[in-house]
Design a protein around this ligand. Sequence first.
Ligand SMILES: O=c1[nH]cnc2c1ncn2[C@H]1C[C@H](O)[C@@H](CO)O1
Ligand SMILES: [Zn+2]
Length: 364
Amino acid sequence: MTPTLDQIRRAPKVLLHDHLDGGLRPQTIIDLAAEVGHVLPSVDGAMTAESLGRWFGEASDSGSLERYLETFDHTVAVMQTVPALTRVAREAVEDLAADGVVYAEIRYAPEQHVNEGLTLDEVVAAVQEGFDQGVAAARGRIVVRQLLTAMRHRARSMEIAQLSVAWRDRGVAGFDIAGAEAGYPPTRHLDAFEYLQRENAHFTIHAGEGFGLPSIWQAIQWCGADRLGHGVRIIDDITVRDDGSVELGLLAAYVRDKRIPLEMCPSSNLQTGAATSIAEHPIGLLTRMRFRVTVNTDNRLMSRTSMSHEMAALAEAFGYDLHDLRWFTINAMKSSFLPFDERLAIIDDVIKPGYAALVTEAGT
Ligand SMILES: O=c1[nH]cnc2c1ncn2[C@H]1C[C@H](O)[C@@H](CO)O1
Ligand SMILES: [Zn+2]
């Protein structure tokens, strides 16, 4: 049976791909913009949380990753002080916990938050303070880690990789690169990835979203990514024949054989043009072929979404039941950058009992 939204909200969920600067509450943007004098875009009618939220959703709907990324100018602009970063981080944790997320890795690019004079260390500390406050407010119902992102069109990836290693025992679980993909291959940042490998550190790479297979191939075979951010275009290396049989190319087979986690973000992909509808989203085929698929939000503000909403949309489009949602959730937890024993503890103590209770209640 297709689970109800209420069941999905109560189900334990794991989120590996969520941008801090893509998840602000609209009212918080209005408050912080007034404090620092940032001019927000003009919206239809009065500026309210509702109208600003709608603006972000519509402005991100262009079908182009580059245009989608322009909306971040307004969130990044109001995240340039310690109190602002701490507030945004705390609220992100509160919102995820309220949605039933039990483990989250939240990413952002520290280099984008130094315009008013903060150091990179101060940025990471301010975000960690907010995460700690949010976790305390949620009374431990959620575990949260930071992922530090470097912007792929800039040249600070080595510095950010070093920052992530320096903070590895203080709340930072890994590293990422993000931003426009076409024209900025991951190999531009090879020195940072090689450094991280030498440090036994974890990283994911946005790849196969705004650009295709060469980007995924580089991310895995040149850079050594542990996971793929999106990775949706791996579908270009898969052939479905008229008789329904499926053939994997060498790269797709490698990704599946090695159990490389795909951080899939269906709603975001519709907005950037990487997919045409939820029902036609490659996540359906990739799940059927037993790739290591995980479900994520990417940017809750721009996509006006949540983990529950993403899962509900998939359940509706593909008929997924609680067992399928549990599979996505355990896939995600197995793929997290937490130490192995901590991953297992969340799977055994939180995820499995949580789904078991829902299944018993539903009598399925
Ligand atoms: O889906 C995305 N693809 C590539 N880059 C992205 C995506 N969502 C957000 N970003 C960028 C914009 C943010 O400012 C940055 C750090 O979170 O990461
Ligand atoms: Zn992303």
